[in-house]
Design a protein around this ligand. Structure first.
Ligand code: NDP
Length: 494
């Protein structure tokens, strides 16, 4: 068994910007500190891109695009390179997983078994798709031939959050590179290291200079510079609604670039009175919110439960929460790791106070210090029972291991409460009535609705939100499409 703590001590992560095929410090030498949430220790100073660095990355991306080295390369060549990248990710599984776990607080077992394989599968899936997607011929009159082709958009700016750094980066880079675009990635400050390593692997796999750059840095500087850049054709963003809306402003005030937004949610798990297996349901509800310490955009943070099954279900969810192994992310036995940062920890703990002030009964909700890791960011799985869905706890995204429980009476009220939210990313319904399942799935306004399960998904299905959860979709062939522009070539046949 690997000693991950020793392995972490032996790590010397690359922490410089990756621009035009090489690692380099920021032009002005600027850095910011990246901390390990497991114990609050400094991992590394990371280069902080300024405007001039973002300009250099975008110029390189644009040059590469115009030159055609990737954008006009045979798609089988792009396919081979991306397949090689996916292979390299798996060959470097332990290192990538360790970087991800150390930087983000994901349990190492999840990083090894879920994050890195999932990200690699994403890259491979889009590579495989490349010679299976056809363009169109329009039904013109006989004297003409009109070809409708998908062409790469140009330069893509990908601004990524800290909750699933590699997976979300792969969701964006995979289809964007497969389609022939150049990409400049701005990872989250908290979690740049796995993305920088990923860039080195991409270069090793044969992604040409300039086609993929990584500008680690501060959102307000590097993120904004990318959002306002006149040579960026599209921004793909995942993060908070406040920052997502800024990208719309940046686009409007610069070149009107396309903006695709995934802005989180307050996803509801609706449990109807006829649910047969409440034990299985409780386990799914608990994992639906507590996985990754609740830092999941589609995390099932609201439990909307029929009063007939409330008591039995909630006590079982609390029991499952208490049974999960909360601990050091570098311990392979750990099931729930840390909150990502001190800022996010404070935010989560503030919400525990808000829940009490709003009259909820609180189970868990304390900061804890497992294994003597006094400065780590650990919070117990938390259940707020008796929540008024229209209050702050029912409406605001907490992004921690906190479940808000609201009791309803019947299907209609349940669906009404589920839909009473500014968000619409995901939801689930538990019932043994197939008609009710279809009706509820139809009536819930969310990008994904699960029936008798939660958070099962794959690259094959689109992912994104209704309402203020955003626009655009990651994953599936729809995402590949979204990194292309349609071009019509109309030929006169005489
Ligand atoms: P942000 O939305 O601030 O961060 C997402 C990305 O945007 C990061 O790369 C960030 O950079 C960048 N960014 C921040 N400010 C700007 C700006 N002014 N211009 C351009 N880019 C910017 O999320 P937070 O990290 O602040 O988390 C706050 C809340 O957002 C969470 O509590 C959660 O509710 C929600 N969230 C939702 C996520 C989702 O998956 N939908 C993911 C993460 C958070 P930097 O890291 O340097 O700040």
């Amino acid at each position: 068994m690997t000693n991950w703590i020793d392995a972490a001590l032996a790590l010397t992560p690359e922490s410089r910007l990756f621009i035009d095929g090489e690692f380099r410090p920021a032009a002005d030498g600027g850095t910011f500190d990246s901390f390990a949430p497991r114990d609050g220790s400094l991992i590394s100073a990371v280069s902080a891109a300024a405007q001039v660095d973002v300009d250099a990355a975008v110029a390189a991306a644009s040059r590469a695009f115009e030159g055609g080295v990737w954008s006009r390369a045979d798609r089988r060549h792009r396919q081979r390179v991306l397949m090689r990248l996916a292979d390299l990710m798996l060959e470097n599984l332990d290192e990538l997983a360790l970087l991800e776990s150390l930087d983000s607080g994901h349990p190492i077992s999840d990083a090894r078994n879920v994050d890195v394989p999932n990200a690699a599968r994403t890259i491979r899936w889009y590579a495989e798709a490349l010679d299976k997607v056809y363009d169109e011929i329009a039904p013109t009159p006989e004297n003409a031939l009109a070809l409708v082709r998908r062409e790469p958009l140009g330069v893509i700016g990908a601004v990524v959050p800290w909750n699933y750094p590699l997976i979300i980066t792969a969701w964006k880079i995979g289809p964007a590179l497969a389609a022939g675009n150049s990409v400049v990635v701005k990872p989250a400050e908290n979690t740049s290291l796995s993305t920088l390593r990923f860039a080195a692997l991409a270069a090793e796999a044969g992604v040409p200079e300039g086609v993929l750059s990584v500008v680690s840095g501060l959102g307000a500087v590097a993120g904004q510079a990318l959002g306002r850049h006149p040579l960026v054709d599209k921004i793909t963003f995942t993060g908070s609604p406040a920052v997502g809306k800024r990208f719309l402003t940046y686009a409007g005030e610069s070149n009107g670039k396309q903006v695709s937004l995934e802005l989180g949610g307050k996803s509801a798990q609706l449990v109807l009175a006829d649910t047969e297996d409440l034990t299985a349901c409780a386990s799914s509800v608990a994992w639906g919110i507590f996985y990754n310490a609740g830092q999941t955009c589609h995390g099932g943070s609201r439990l909307i439960v029929d009063e007939a099954v409330h008591d039995e279900l909630v006590s079982e969810v609390v029991r499952v929460g208490e049974s999960l192994v909360l601990g050091d992310p570098l311990d392979e036995a750990t099931q729930i790791g840390t909150i990502v940062s001190q800022v996010q920890l404070d935010r989560v703990l503030d919400y525990v106070d808000v829940a009490r002030a709003e009259g909820a009964t609180v189970h868990g909700g304390r900061r804890v210090h497992p294994n003597g890791l006094d400065d780590g960011f650990y919070v117990e799985p938390t259940v707020f029972d008796g929540v008024d869905n229209s209050g702050r706890i029912g409406q605001e995204e907490i992004f921690g291991p906190a479940l808000a429980v609201t009791t309803v009476n019947g299907v209609e009220e349940g669906v009404r409460v589920v839909n009473y939210s500014q968000y619409g990313l995901a939801a689930s319904v538990w019932t043994s009535n197939v008609t009710a399942a279809h009706r509820v799935a139809r009536d819930i306004r969310a990008g994904t609705v699960w029936v008798n399960t939660f958070d099962v998904a794959d690259i094959i299905t689109p992912f994104g939100g209704f309402k203020q959860s955003g626009s655009g979709r990651d994953r599936s062939l729809h995402a590949l499409d979204s990194y292309t522009a349609l071009k019509t070539t109309w030929i006169d046949l005489g």
